[in-house]
Design a protein around this ligand. Sequence first.
Ligand code: ATP
Ligand code: MG
Length: 255
Amino acid sequence: MGKIVAFSNQKGGVGKTTSCVNLAASIAAVGRKVLVVDFDPQSNASSALGVFDKRAKGSIYDVLCDGLEASAAVIDVEPKGLSLIPSSSDLAGAELELSQIVIGRERVLEEKLADVKDMYDFVFIDCPPSLGLLTVNALTAANGVIVPIQCEYFALEGLSQMMNTIKLVKKHLNHDLEFYGVILTMYDSRAKLTKGVVEEIGKLFADKIFDVKIPRNIRLAEAPSYGKPALLYDSRCSGAIAYDNLAKEIIQKIK
Ligand code: ATP
Ligand code: MG
């Protein structure tokens, strides 16, 4: 059975997209089938996988708001085994359109993914940096959520809102939603600041922090401009290696 995983944190720029795309690529590279759903109007996951609006057959916006079947919007990307439902800027209008649905506005994505999810081992949803109806739809559709946290001073700001949203979705919309864990991103083991932040995160999440930490690595930031996940851009860089290792941990832990 496919597992749907939402990558969410309402804080911007913490490594949601980088984690989502690179983990998806690493998991596909070891022979699993993975679908990335780009659920952010910024479309960063789509461009990071080399897909821009023009090439797309249809976007997640068309799936949500225009009656397109999810399967009809799927594009195969590299590496083999990795697929994408791209986003587009009109997804920004979807929150408003969804809000006008009287019954079931939180379940639109869940229903749309129902016919594709079992074609994959994992469906990864890259959420936008907000806690609006798009994120609620993602959390309602998901089996579990992964929260990337950047190891810097304001890391914990807003996190209680995020955790509260997860709690509310679990209570009202998706009883089985699991908290898979926290990914520590842009980690610098030598920095004093990182140590302090990691300690604080440890107090909050204890055993829910993935063992593999993602180092700050310029290659991870460069790869999207080539439309490639890091393992196809520079498979030996520390970032690609870390995501490969984290992918193994995730395959083991998320069953
Ligand atoms: P948004 O909230 O805007 O969707 P995000 O949480 O998806 O952002 P990313 O886009 O993954 O965050 O990362 C933010 C920026 O930091 C990007 O420019 C990305 O390339 C860079 N970045 C992410 N992870 C790393 C890393 N480990 N080392 C260096 N740069 C990184
Ligand atoms: Mg993003």
